[in-house]
Design a binder for this molecule. Structure first.
Ligand SMILES: [Zn+2]
Length: 276
């Protein structure tokens, strides 16, 4: 079920923004999704829907004393690995980086000092981590955080089989189940499929994710667009994932409100070992 937007930043007037107390400790969260193929059974909007709906629920449950607002969803992302399938609409890494930097600069100019980039698409954490660091370097009193939405539920793979946890990259059990919990009518269950990548010659060292992965286009791994098992999804798994993700994001947003760097640890008295 799609819910009304909680703590909607875009619903404020400029004078209400100007009058907000504690702007420097108010957390603004930018959900960033993608419009990209997710197999025959899931709509293009999956990553966008997951980011914005988890955020919306987390902000509904957040302690009212924690100041936080949802920025409007950035629905497009860097999805060029899926461009072999029609319907995918992709920004380049450069465009996504520039867009997020300029949103961050506007947020900073308005007096906010805490920005969470809440990413729903597995193909762009690197770009958003660069944006977070570049904003921090440009504005040294700006706290910026780039977090993948699934990091809200670090133990979620226990709901999946070992193989699905390893190779279920896209449109598999996790995403399909979560969509059943968020928006069941959007899932074409009768068209769900299972398809895992076939690889050879990597001697067990080279896979499709992890520190020694090969770069891939979706058509290297899949004919259906699914990498994983969409047929093993269930509403029950989806509701468990949803509950964990929402409570995890309540904690992450609370932590983003409180987090501070407070100087440095013990260092040597030797002046040659001091930093800049
Ligand atoms: Zn996805």
């Amino acid at each position: 079920m799609i819910m009304p937007i909680a703590r909607d930043f875009s619903a404020l007037t400029w004078s209400e923004v100007a009058a907000l107390p504690n702007r420097d400790h108010t957390v603004l969260i930018l959900p960033i999704g993608a419009i990209e193929q997710h197999g025959h059974h899931l709509p293009l909007k999956v990553d966008s829907a997951i980011a914005s709906e988890i955020l919306n629920r987390a902000l509904t449950w957040l302690d009212p004393s924690i100041p936080a607002y949802a920025l409007p969803l950035l629905p497009y992302g860097k999805s060029n690995e899926h461009l072999g399938f029609p319907g995918t609409i992709a920004l380049s890494a450069q465009t996504l980086l520039a867009t997020v930097m300029e949103i961050g600069e506007s947020v900073y100019r308005a007096g906010f000092r805490r920005l969470v980039l809440m990413n729903g698409h597995g193909g762009q954490p690197q770009v958003l981590e660069i944006a977070a660091t570049d904003l921090r370097v440009k504005f040294p009193d700006f706290y910026t955080f780039a977090w993948f939405v699934w990091r809200g539920a670090p133990g979620y793979k226990r709901f999946l089989t070992d193989r699905e946890g390893r190779e279920g990259l896209h449109g598999g059990v996790a995403e399909t189940s979560l969509m059943l919990a968020l928006d069941a009518e959007a899932v074409r269950c009768d068209r769900a499929m299972a398809e895992y990548p076939k690889l050879t010659g990597g001697d067990g060292l080279i896979g499709v994710k992890g520190p020694t992965a090969a770069a891939w286009r979706t058509e290297d791994l899949s004919r259906t667009g699914v990498v994983g098992d969409g047929t093993a999804a269930s509403l029950e798994i989806g509701e468990q994932l949803l509950e964990e993700l929402v409570s995890g994001w309540v904690e992450l947003i609370t932590a983003a409100h409180r987090f501070e760097f407070v100087g440095h640890g013990e260092i040597s008295e030797d002046p040659n070992l001091q930093g800049p």
